[in-house]
Ligand binder design. Structure first.
Ligand code: APR
Length: 238
């Protein structure tokens, strides 16, 4: 039995699965990841992308921030891929308890998942920094330069920028699901960014599955490692 067959059997036998994912889940929806050779961080810009999508850069150069953000971080026409759809199906079957994602694209919810924990926020939510009025992604896309609220305040995406902390309530929810999971499936993430990557240390079971095209620092900790395209692996569950 090959590793993908073992994965399918593990999933079939469990009703307490938690998924922890990253940008590799959305590359098959046409959204580049960050650290692959063709990823966002390996493309050339005036400043390193990690500098641009940081809190201090947003405060000092909002025009430049929004130029990059609108050009490189928004994919409003992206469609859920096989993995998003398979996870939504597992949730409907009562087998998957939560999707914990580092992604900000909202594709898990578009695929039909309802319990999605967004560690880094979402581009679909934007708030005025002064009156906290909510705005959708269209307001950002259709604004020239820095998007402004009717009250005169500046609108900020509900996305965790570098130098910003993660929401403690969101973190706590994620830790609880991981702590109590029978199977933890980690997919499409380089596990390079903390505290997100550190959450997997709370897993206490012996069915840690790691699905990633490239090697990660945690492969040795996994009970099952599948270095393959995540959509191909999850297509076995549809
Ligand atoms: N199938 C399986 N793995 C894939 C696929 C695919 N189709 N496409 C890409 N990958 C793998 C890559 O090999 C890479 O190891 O997904 C991983 C994506 O890693 P990153 O690009 O580092 O993305 P991610 O781990 O989500 O980054 C975490 O970094 O910049 C911050 O906030 C940003 O949430 C992001 C965080």
């Amino acid at each position: 039995m090959d590793n993908i067959d073992k994965f399918v059997q593990l999933v079939q036998e469990s009703d307490n699965i938690v998924f922890f994912g990253g940008a590799g889940v959305s590359t098959e929806s046409g959204i580049p990841d960050f650290r692959s050779p063709d990823g966002l961080y390996n493309q050339k810009y005036k400043y390193p992308p990690e500098t641009i999508i940081s809190h201090s850069f947003y405060q000092r150069y909002p025009e430049e921030f929004y130029r990059f953000y609108k050009d490189k971080m928004l994919y409003p026409d992206a469609k859920p891929g096989i993995t998003h759809l398979a996870l939504a199906k597992l949730e409907k079957e009562g087998k998957l308890k939560a999707v914990i994602t580092q992604n900000i694209d909202g594709l898990h919810q578009k695929a039909g998942s309802s319990n999605v924990i967004e560690l880094h926020g979402s581009v679909l939510r934007n708030y005025c920094e002064r009156c906290h009025k909510f705005y959708g992604i269209d307001k950002i896309i259709n604004s020239e330069g820095v998007p402004m609220c009717e009250c005169g305040g500046r609108i900020k995406p509900d996305v965790v920028l570098y130098e910003e902390g993660l929401d403690s309530y969101v973190l706590e929810k994620a830790v609880n699901y991981i702590k109590n999971a029978d199977i933890l499936i980690i997919g499409g993430t380089s596990l390079a960014v903390y505290p997100a990557a550190g959450l997997i240390d709370y897993y206490r079971g012996n069915k840690l599955v790691l699905i990633n095209k490239s090697e990660t620092s945690r492969d040795a900790h996994a009970n099952l490692v599948i270095n393959d395209a995540i959509g191909k692996v999850f297509s076995q569950l549809l």
